[in-house]
Design a protein around this ligand. Structure first.
Ligand code: KG4
Ligand code: ZN
Length: 349
């Protein structure tokens, strides 16, 4: 299909239908999105059970599991969306950042499919995908806005302008927020992935049970979680929790320290730039305290807050299709030379 025919086809219908594919880490996912805003299907096969045995993601096992599942997950997404290959306007796929072997499975599948069904290919940055999950949940959302993305590998404060161009305002100097949660959870004997289990345990605990230091950073909008993690480990070694209440106290104190740092820096950046719209994204956006605290602060400061629904916080392909629909409008297509970029950046500076 010529690009001209593609764009004429989409404008005649008035909307696009995009098939998204995601395989950057330990979820094999496919989804179909209509008009960049409407979820027609969203299939996620999670490999958590396989990796839980090892206490973390084993890259080679992840790649093999993606190979086993990808075709079934894509077929299921098409079937549940009640669309055929003919109905699709583009095949979108995550090409970074992520585990290279895992990325290559989704990417090779998407390239093969795009070639076979003669539909264009769109490459999507995984972090941009997380942010774009919000377009599915909030039909009125449009940039410019500021955002906080917190996941297993990233913690950034960013700005998006009206042309969908991203700039970095602050980021972590060491560990990502999700990584810090996972490490603390492991020490508390919680199962992988630790973030959600630590969040549940923390709900029952006293958040002043242990005293943790306030992170020191070079930039006003940067984060640092490794000092917190070390302090947590030391306190745990000196005085290991003996009861469920004490474990919950450790979890609640750690969660509060991480969340307060995320909230404080984000609110500061919004206020300094006089921005009134905030978008939350990434796996850690499922954290119940983070959601509550941001809601509270945004209400108090007249800031409109957009958060993904809980089913779209973690890795999924709907967010990839939503991001791709915006690229399709700008005619930003990829070709079959697209390669996996494990450390792909979203921000120029
Ligand atoms: O975005 P994501 O699914 O994968 C990456 O792109 O990294 O994020 C996964 C991270 C993990 O570190 C996980 O523990 C964390 O998000 N996470 C949470 C919660 N749910 C997921 N962290 C804290 N509280 C949660 N409820
Ligand atoms: Zn992710």
């Amino acid at each position: 299909m010529e690009n001209k025919d593609l764009f004429e086809g989409v404008s005649k219908k008035g909307y696009s239908i995009v098939l998204g594919i995601e395989s950057s880490c330990d979820e094999t996912a496919a989804a179909v999105v209509k008009g960049g805003r409407e979820l027609l299907s969203n299939e996620v096969y999670s490999q958590i059970d396989v990796h839980a045995l090892y206490g973390g993601v084993v890259p080679e096992i992840a790649s093999r599991a993606h190979v086993e599942k990808i075709d079934a997950v894509v077929s299921e997404a098409l079937k549940n969306a009640k669309v055929s290959y003919e109905d699709i306007d583009a095949v979108a796929v995550t090409f970074g950042p992520g585990l290279v072997g895992a990325l290559l499975v989704g990417l090779s599948y998407a390239k093969g499919l795009s070639y076979a069904i003669k539909k264009p290919l769109i490459g999507v940055n995984h972090i941009e995908g997380h942010i774009c999950a919000n377009y599915l949940c909030h039909k009125e959302l449009e940039p410019p806005f500021m955002g906080l993305v917190a996941s297993g590998g990233h913690s950034h404060i960013f700005h998006v302008d009206e042309n969908d161009s991203y700039s970095l305002i602050g980021s972590t100097q060491d560990d990502a927020a999700g990584e810090a949660f996972d490490k603390a959870a492991r020490l508390l004997g919680l199962n992988y992935p630790g973030g959600p289990s630590l969040d549940r345990l923390a709900e029952k605990g006293n958040d002043s049970f242990i005293a943790l230091p306030k992170p020191q950073t070079r930039g006003a909008y940067d984060f640092s979680f490794s000092g917190l993690k070390t302090a947590f480990i030391n306190l745990h070694h000196k005085n290991p929790p003996k009861t469920e209440d004490e474990r919950a106290g450790f979890a609640a104190s750690f969660r509060r320290a991480v969340v307060e740092s995320l909230v404080e820096k984000t609110m500061q950046a919004l206020s300094d730039r006089n921005m009134k719209k905030l978008v939350l994204a990434g796996g850690v956006s499922a954290n119940s305290l983070l959601r509550r605290r941001l809601l509270e602060e945004c209400q108090n400061n007249g800031v409109e807050l957009f958060m993904p629904s809980l089913n779209l916080c973690g890795d999924n392909a709907a967010m990839i299709a939503a991001a791709a629909a915006r690229q399709l409008k700008k005619e930003r297509l990829a070709d079959l030379s697209l390669n996996a970029c494990p450390s792909l950046k979203l921000f120029e500076n």
